[in-house]
Design a protein around this ligand. Structure first.
Ligand code: KIV
Length: 275
């Protein structure tokens, strides 16, 4: 997989070892989505640890109502753009809907396309992916799992609503997180779940890099969709989003404020952004 190199005096490129060290040291990990070289460069220069070429590009770039129409070629195209702008951040690519569900072999073929486009880690959604995660990890592909609100199955989940609220759903999510970690997932995005549940998942899996979005502050790191945190996305936003542009003098400044707020623990605020 492509590894950005550092020149002397520069910050080192982030790798999985570094991310695990940050988790062990209790240093918060920062992640944003990115879809092009300009924003990737800007976020990288602001010190972001991880960039995700998310299938959210279907909504924020393409204007679709969901992530479902996004194709593998589209994610690969945006990965190549981001990889050209990025120098240091760990780069994740989303496996889109329909590109990994049929079999582990299909997931491997799709992951290879993303790896060749610059992804250092692939992300896939759902607790059922345990076997696929193991298959990919055994073949040298770092994997980020995604539980809670999994946007590719939002129709089946009854819309964009908080997951894991009742005891049964919380127990299921905890079990899935444990199985995914045992299968070798290095990272887990937890979306739209109560903060107490996210904290439990992190505590139960101390070696798993849990990155929250609407999952409270007691996890290893945070991710937001770039267009949401810059105030570009219009309409009603989920309460976990903070518009960092509202308080900033420039886009660079907004991203730096996000990085700083995650690192110092002031974002997410339990009173404002948490369930
Ligand atoms: O597609 C995406 O941007 C994501 C993030 C919301 C985590 O999956």
């Amino acid at each position: 997989m492509n590894a950005p190199t550092a020149t002397p005096g520069e910050r080192k490129a982030v790798n999985l070892h570094r991310l695990r060290q940050m988790l062990a040291d209790g240093q918060k990990i920062t992640m944003l989505t990115a879809y092009d070289a300009s924003f990737a460069r800007l976020a990288d220069e602001a010190g972001i640890d991880c960039l995700l070429v998310g299938d959210s590009l279907g909504m924020v770039l393409q204007g679709h109502a969901s992530t479902v129409p996004v194709t593998l070629d589209e994610v690969a195209y945006h990965l190549r753009c981001v990889a050209r702008g990025n120098r240091h951040a760990w780069l994740l690519g989303d496996l889109p809907f329909g590109t990994y569900e049929a079999s582990p072999e299909q997931a491997l073929r799709s992951s290879v396309v993303l790896a060749q486009a610059g992804a250092q880690m692939v992300k896939l959604e759902g607790g059922w992916t345990v076997g696929t995660v193991r298959f990919l990890v055994e073949r040298g592909i770092p994997v980020c799992a995604h539980l809670g609100l999994t946007p590719q199955s939002a129709n089946a989940l009854g819309g964009y609503r908080v997951q894991g609220r009742d005891a049964g759903a919380a127990q299921l999510l905890e079990r899935q997180a444990r199985e995914l970690a045992e299968a070798g997932a290095a990272m887990l995005v937890l979306e739209l779940v109560p903060a107490a549940l996210a904290r439990q998942v992190q505590e139960q899996n101390p070696g798993l890099i849990v990155v929250g979005i609407g999952a409270g502050a007691d996890v290893a790191g945070q991710v937001l969709v770039l267009h949401d945190m810059l105030g570009i996305t219009k309409g009603k936003l989920p309460r976990f989003v903070r518009n960092f542009m509202a308080e900033a003098g420039s886009i660079d400044d907004a991203v730096r404020r996000y990085v700083q707020a995650v690192r110092d623990g002031s974002f997410p605020d339990p009173a404002l952004h948490t369930y």
